[in-house]
Write a protein that binds this ligand. Structure first.
Ligand SMILES: *[C@@H]1O[C@H](CO)[C@@H](O)[C@H](O)[C@H]1NC(C)=O
Ligand SMILES: *[C@@H]1O[C@H](CO)[C@@H](O)[C@H](O)[C@H]1NC(C)=O
Ligand SMILES: *[C@@H]1O[C@H](CO)[C@@H](O)[C@H](O)[C@H]1NC(C)=O
Ligand SMILES: *[C@@H]1O[C@H](CO)[C@@H](O)[C@H](O)[C@H]1NC(C)=O
Ligand SMILES: *[C@@H]1O[C@H](CO)[C@@H](O)[C@H](O)[C@H]1NC(C)=O
Ligand SMILES: *[C@@H]1O[C@H](CO)[C@@H](O)[C@H](O)[C@H]1NC(C)=O
Ligand SMILES: *[C@@H]1O[C@H](CO)[C@@H](O)[C@H](O)[C@H]1NC(C)=O
Ligand SMILES: *[C@@H]1O[C@H](CO)[C@@H](O)[C@H](O)[C@H]1NC(C)=O
Ligand SMILES: *[C@@H]1O[C@H](CO)[C@@H](O)[C@H](O)[C@H]1NC(C)=O
Length: 825
């Protein structure tokens, strides 16, 4: 009896153990029925039965185990669905993986060499593999060889040159029907590989060719933040790309949807949704041959299509009506008797489609050029590879097809033209160089001398773009009176969307005057703050450029650092260092935080702000007036060091600081000096005024606007309902009544008193009475300087206070202002 129990227990244990161990495999004698699953060992992918969309049909497929939105990446019987749940997945007698239903075979892996010792395993890569225990030389069959609409890291896309086998992506018919749809994405032209998306046989979109390092995307910025990136493999047998993810833990896929749009998605765990980080065909210029033969598509130009230099619209009337389909023809018909030269197009267009072409990887550019000159139908040539200084030869014959403006991919194309056509039109902005005869050393505009791989290549390219936030055509720093390149990295919108989970509310850390601010993390782990300027904010392109240009040039420990920017589509985005403690606002005006700031800390903050402002006014290369200094624009770092931010309204001044008059009065009520609020006059002394207000707020812990002292019923700066002035307190020698109780009783009275006095000196009514920042700073810093007695400060009427207190943070244009300046009595 005992032995019976023992055997039973052993049996149960064995069963349990074997079922645990084999949870990702299906052995010879096992079956998987509808409702059962196999899960890869790392719990990444699930194999099982499912019904797509609204369909009631049953399919066997693979989906992500950890993604709650069922996302199927592969389907076995996509062409032969079952209409009930009688299906069974198992290893057949012949060793193949099969699906059978009550009447027979539904689907089979269909390999002929299978044996009777096969098993199938669900791998963490998403690959379902059939292997034989007696044959360890690879898989007998694998799902990765049968790509559906989803391309995963580790899959191959390409072709076997010997067998003709092709690995390609094919869309589903619809969300409800995983059978092969109209769209395919195939790797073509193996000698110079391109990816082509077709609807049926018709080309829709082209990525490439592969330049040895990367695909030429033609204007799509791929960034360091990219999640999936391709590597090309080729030998005499096979040519294919494999995607890699930037990190093992990233759940990402490339997906060809039912309308032929190729997208890169990654799963954002926090958001609980797929984020589209790269949609390939988002731009109208991505449509195949949008501008017709020999036309160039440029969605940033005023007219979408233009002809290549030396070409003219084939049917000018239609071209004028923006019907580009006929494309362009040569101004002068190619005549083999004539002598031709080449126009070098650097970073102007992508490489044309490979229709009539030839390539030779061992020719150099001179040989390439010689061939193109000698063959009458040759119309252009370029290097085949961009590695190093470039190598190989690619020749195009006849029309040049599917070209778009491309300033990002480092493409150099030599266009065959008559010398007269090359010379004409010298007014062109871009530098073009004439290459007529074969020169001994053809120097190519190659971005990096030593190929360091994809990443560094991308990075180098980005850096080389000048780190320019604004292309030359988009931006002239008018305020500065001269053009200057910004040493400011450009971030790509897709990256930003990815790291902010598409500007998710959960990532939002604040709302500035011009739009929300998000916190995010770069791939490097660095925390950043992303300021997304709202489309309807009053900060237009000018202010945006202004802010970015200005801050990019500012370097001071009391100024917030700008790390980059992004101008794409309608978006205007600034990327700053992230300061974990947020704004001063939340410390000084908040009962729970206020106690963090003792007097010493407050004094340090005041001095820090003063130094930052001094730097702006005097020491920076630019010399500028901030114009919107306030508590919410002062951020605090880890150690509560203040950093001035928000330069959207800043103005530079040249040479001697002068009063300037501005059409638009912008700023924040309560901090605005009277001469600025009323007459639109601003100078460095308007900043000094704002600094004074801020100083008094830091000391008192009270907002200037609307604040009345509980006992004396007085506002910090102005008469409101017979409130007395802080100034009155000073006159009565009771200025210490202003001090924030949060500071406690223990503080150096004379120092605080001195500080208040400096604050009041800064808010005097007449600009000329106010000290400059250097003077204010030394007054704060040095005990020995004797302070003048401040004159009465500038202030507003009761009515204006009332009117503006609600809209106080909004920028105001002068015509909306009704502030009245009362002469102090
Ligand atoms: C499968 O079943 C056969 C007979 O039904 C048996 O002889 C064989 O040992 C089984 N194999 C496994 C791996 O369980
Ligand atoms: C699913 O069915 C509903 C109602 O019949 C329909 O409105 C919806 O479009 C269907 N969804 C898909 C993806 O076909
Ligand atoms: C499934 O298909 C079979 C054969 O086509 C048919 O006899 C059966 O009625 C179908 N079952 C359902 C539930 O539609
Ligand atoms: C079983 O599958 C076959 C092939 O797909 C199909 O013709 C048949 O109707 C199915 N039978 C049932 C009962 O679903
Ligand atoms: C498997 O096939 C081999 C050779 O064909 C045969 O010797 C062996 O008996 C088979 N095993 C089973 C379990 O069918
Ligand atoms: C073992 O598997 C490999 C790859 O599937 C196949 O090419 C080979 O013919 C198999 N060997 C035997 C002995 O079945
Ligand atoms: C495919 O993707 C594009 C771009 O995101 C989208 O506009 C389109 O609606 C999608 N098609 C389907 C069928 O979901
Ligand atoms: C490529 O160019 C080299 C050098 O000019 C030449 O020897 C070779 O035949 C060419 N190959 C092809 C396929 O044309
Ligand atoms: C020019 O090149 C094309 C394409 O390679 C070829 O078919 C044609 O024969 C060449 N013509 C001459 C004159 O060499």
């Amino acid at each position: 009896m005992k032995s019976f129990w023992f055997i039973l227990l052993c049996g149960v244990a064995h069963l349990l153990l074997s079922s645990v161990a084999a949870v990702d495999t299906l052995g010879h004698n096992q079956t998987l029925t509808d409702g059962q699953t196999r899960v890869s060992s790392g719990n990444i992918f699930t194999l099982g039965f499912f019904s797509p969309g609204n369909s009631t049909y049953r399919y066997v497929g693979i989906w992500y185990a950890n993604v709650p939105v069922q996302t199927v990446i592969w389907v076995a019987n996509n062409q032969n669905p079952m209409n009930d749940s009688s299906g069974v997945l198992k290893i057949a007698e012949d060793g193949n993986l099969v699906i059978v239903n009550s009447t027979g075979l539904v689907w089979s892996s269909g390999v002929s060499i299978a044996g009777n010792d096969t098993s199938v395993q669900m791998l963490d890569s998403g690959n379902l593999v059939l292997s034989s225990s007696s044959n360890s030389t690879g898989y007998l069959w694998q799902s990765f060889d049968h790509i559906g609409n989803t391309f995963l890291a580790g899959m191959k896309q390409g072709l076997n040159l010997k067998t003709g086998q092709q690995w390609y992506i094919q869309s589903w018919k619809s969300l409800n029907d995983p059978s092969p749809g109209d769209y395919t994405d195939k790797l073509e032209n193996p000698e110079f590989p391109q990816l082509i998306i077709r609807k049926g046989d018709v080309k829709q979109y082209r990525i490439g060719p592969w330049n040895g390092i990367d695909f030429i995307y033609g204007g799509i910025p791929l960034t360091t933040g990219k999640i999936l990136y391709p590597t090309m493999y080729s030998d005499e047998n096979e040519v294919y790309i494999v995607l890699k993810t930037s990190s093992q833990s990233i759940i990402a896929r490339t997906f060809l949807n039912e309308t032929g749009v190729l997208q890169d998605y990654y799963w954002n765990q926090q958001m609980g949704q797929w984020i589209d980080v790269l949609t390939m065909q988002q731009d109208v210029c991505k449509r195949y041959n949008q501008c017709g033969n020999n036309g160039v598509c440029d969605s940033t130009a005023s007219t979408l299509c233009r002809c290549l230099k030396g070409f003219t619209p084939k049917v000018p009337q239609k071209w004028q009506l923006q019907d580009w389909s006929d494309g362009c023809v040569r101004q002068t018909v190619m005549n083999c008797e004539k002598e031709y030269g080449f126009l070098k197009l650097t970073n102007e267009v992508n490489l044309p489609d490979l229709l009539q072409y030839s390539v030779n990887s061992s020719m150099n550019l001179q040989e390439c050029q010689a061939i193109c000159l000698s063959n009458c139908s040759c119309s252009a040539f370029s290097n085949l590879q961009m590695i190093g200084e470039g190598s190989g030869c690619a020749l195009w014959f006849g029309d040049l097809v599917d070209m778009r403006a491309d300033t990002d991919d480092g493409v150099v194309l030599y266009l065959k033209l008559l010398p007269s056509e090359i010379d004409s039109g010298g007014g062109s902005k871009k530098k073009r160089r004439l290459v007529i005869a074969v020169t001994t050393s053809v120097v190519l505009a190659i971005l990096v001398l030593v190929p360091l791989g994809w990443y560094s290549r991308r990075k180098a390219r980005r850096d080389l773009r000048g780190g320019k936030c604004f292309g030359e055509s988009m931006f002239t720093t008018q305020e500065l009176g001269h053009e200057e390149d910004l040493e400011l990295p450009m971030y790509d919108l897709f990256t930003i969307k990815a790291i902010t989970a598409n500007f998710a509310n959960s990532k939002k850390i604040g709302e500035g005057g011009f739009g929300p601010v998000y916190k995010a993390e770069l791939a490097t782990g660095q925390e950043i703050a992303i300021k997304r300027l709202s489309k309807n904010s009053r900060q237009g392109l000018n202010e945006f450029k202004n802010e970015a240009t200005l801050i990019a040039k500012l370097q001071h420990r009391n100024l917030v650092r700008l790390l980059g920017c992004c101008i794409q589509d309608e978006e205007r985005i600034l990327i700053y260092e992230y300061l974990p403690n947020g704004s001063l606002n939340s410390f000084i005006f908040d009962a729970t935080h206020g106690s963090v700031l003792d007097w010493k800390k407050r004094r340090d903050i005041i001095l820090g702000i003063a130094r930052g402002l001094l730097y702006l006014h005097r020491d920076s290369r630019l010399r500028l007036i901030h114009r919107d200094l306030k508590a919410s624009n002062v951020l605090l770092d880890n150690e509560l060091n203040p950093k001035i931010s928000d330069f959207g309204m800043a103005r530079t001044f040249q040479g001697e600081p002068v009063e300037d008059k501005t059409r638009r009065v912008v700023g924040t009520y309560g901090y605005m000096s009277p001469e600025y609020a009323i007459d639109g006059l601003f100078s460095i002394k308007s900043d000094v005024f704002s600094f004074g207000v801020l100083l008094l707020e830091i000391v008192s812990g009270k907002r200037n606007r609307g604040f009345c002292h509980p006992e004396h019923d007085l506002s910090l700066l102005g008469h409101v309902n017979d409130c007395s002035l802080a100034w009155n307190l000073l006159n009565e020698g009771k200025e210490l009544e202003l001090v924030d109780p949060m500071i406690g009783e223990e503080y150096p009275k004379s120092e605080v008193s001195r500080c208040i006095q400096v604050g009041l000196l800064c808010v005097q009514r007449h600009p000329k009475d106010r000290p400059t920042m250097p003077a204010a700073l030394s007054m704060l810093d040095t005990e020995d300087i004797l302070l003048p007695h401040p004159k009465e400060p500038g202030f507003y009427t009761e009515r204006s206070l009332h009117d503006f207190s609600s809209a106080s943070d909004a920028p105001m244009a002068s015509n909306e202002m009704s502030v009245t300046w009362i002469e102090p009595r």
